[in-house]
Ligand binder design. Structure first.
Ligand SMILES: [Zn+2]
Length: 420
């Protein structure tokens, strides 16, 4: 008997292999599930007749506190100009408190859209981790180790010291939130800084997080300086710790670079909305990455560079559209494959409202649920992480949404006071 389980009756459950099951299900606190026999002791019994149960979504490349800059901040500028003239100067005035308000708003948006995990990169990781942990979410929070630009948190030596302290304390929130090292990019890190970040990650068996080959300018500058493409350059520095590096974008990588990532078991994060919003002119070629054997995941990037906030379903839809469009192939990235990519390895459960008009029609054989979710979006009713409800019946329980909204608006007023 599993008295920790949650029983859903008369529901539809999509399993880890995207197979559909109908009936009564027990969701275990450890992420397992089983069909109910009817005599189990359970913690809670929920009528699932209007509910679709799937794994919780995952967002593999975020700058969550950038909710502060959402969503039309500096709209219309290309990446280089946007970073240098808008984002980096603004971030110099960032404080821990303002950052916390942005992350709380991001956590509320994640929970309301069925996402239980974020791989984040931002300043003040020591402020970000506890907010996500208290919200009941899972996260890898990477603190920046960069040469340029200077930040509100000081120079890279200070950032390194603070990050070392954080890493030495280990994961928090019962292991749900761990810390990592963000190198930001090859154009903001000297060779020495990249290696300092790598060594710190090695010392603590932590993950690295870096933007790679996002624009043609980055690739051209790298080739001019080093005679190599960015992933080749990073590999020449021995940056890729086996299984520990999460790269974002990868739009302009060559096939041999993809093979390097596969050989090092590095993940590549597909962020198509960000690439299109910042007019990067291209996004990663999914079939080429998959052929090389790279583990590709989906990320929204920060809200300011994303047209869709932190909605992973919307990002998965965008991934499908752009891959098919780029490759002139309507068979590229099916809805089921995109959903698998957005939930790979998830131990959590998101439960969606089947009474919502966007979930209909369900199809004669009741088989259109994943396509409806991906193409048309859906309302998240419940979200479960480690057997705890972060959201039930469409209401977030671990954060007071009204308070979060009020604090976000106050924080943004403070944050932009000097420039508005
Ligand atoms: Zn990014």
């Amino acid at each position: 008997m599993d008295d920790e389980g949650i029983l859903y009756t008369n529901a539809i459950l999509i399993d880890d292999y995207q197979q559909r099951h109908l009936g009564d299900f027990i969701l275990g606190a450890d992420g397992s599930w089983s069909s109910a026999k009817g005599d189990e002791d359970v913690k809670e019994r929920i009528d699932g007749s209007n509910r679709l149960i799937t794994r919780g979504l995952q967002n593999w490349h975020t700058h969550l506190a950038m909710q502060l800059n959402a969503r039309d901040f500096s709209d219309g500028a290309p990446l280089n100009e946007w970073l240098r003239n808008s984002i980096f100067p603004t971030e110099l005035r960032l404080s821990r408190d303002i950052c916390r308000s942005g992350v709380a708003a991001a956590a509320a948006e994640m929970i309301s859209t069925g996402c239980s995990f974020a791989n984040d990169m931002y300043h003040f990781p020591e402020a970000i981790g506890p907010v996500l942990g208290d919200a009941g979410l899972r996260a890898q929070v990477s603190g920046p180790v960069t040469t340029w630009p200077p930040t509100a948190t000081g120079d890279d030596e200070q950032a390194l010291r603070e990050l070392r302290n954080l890493l030495s304390e280990g994961p928090i929130a019962g292991g749900r939130v761990s810390y990592g090292v963000a190198s930001h990019s090859i154009y903001t890190c000297s060779e020495e800084t990249l290696l300092k970040g790598r060594d710190l990650a090695l010392e603590f068996d932590a993950n690295l997080h870096i933007h790679v080959s996002e624009t043609r300018k980055e690739v051209a500058d790298c080739f001019d300086a080093h005679g190599m493409y960015p992933i080749e350059y990073l590999d020449s520095l021995d940056y890729f710790i086996e299984g520990k590096v999460n790269c974002a974008h990868g739009s302009w990588a060559k096939k041999n670079e993809m093979r390097i990532l596969a050989a090092k078991s590095s993940k590549m994060i597909h962020c198509p909305s960000s690439n299109m919003k910042l007019a990067c002119g291209g996004t990663l070629s999914l079939p080429a990455y998959l052929e090389a054997g790279v583990d590709v995941r989906i990320g929204t990037d920060g809200s300011a560079s994303n047209g869709n906030g932190l909605d992973v379903l919307a990002e998965a839809r965008t991934a499908i559209l752009v891959q098919r469009h780029d490759h002139w192939n309507a068979g590229e990235l099916t809805a089921a494959a995109a959903f698998a990519m957005a939930t790979a390895g998830s131990k959590d459960w998101a439960v969606w409202n089947l009474n919502n008009i966007r979930m209909h029609p369900v199809g004669r054989s009741n088989n259109r649920h994943i396509a409806n979710l991906i193409y048309n979006g859906a309302e998240c009713l419940d979200l479960w992480v480690d057997g705890k409800a972060l959201r039930r019946d469409g209401i977030t329980l671990t954060l007071d949404e009204e308070k979060v909204i009020e604090e976000l608006n106050h924080a943004v007023d403070d944050y932009y006071r000097e420039i508005e």
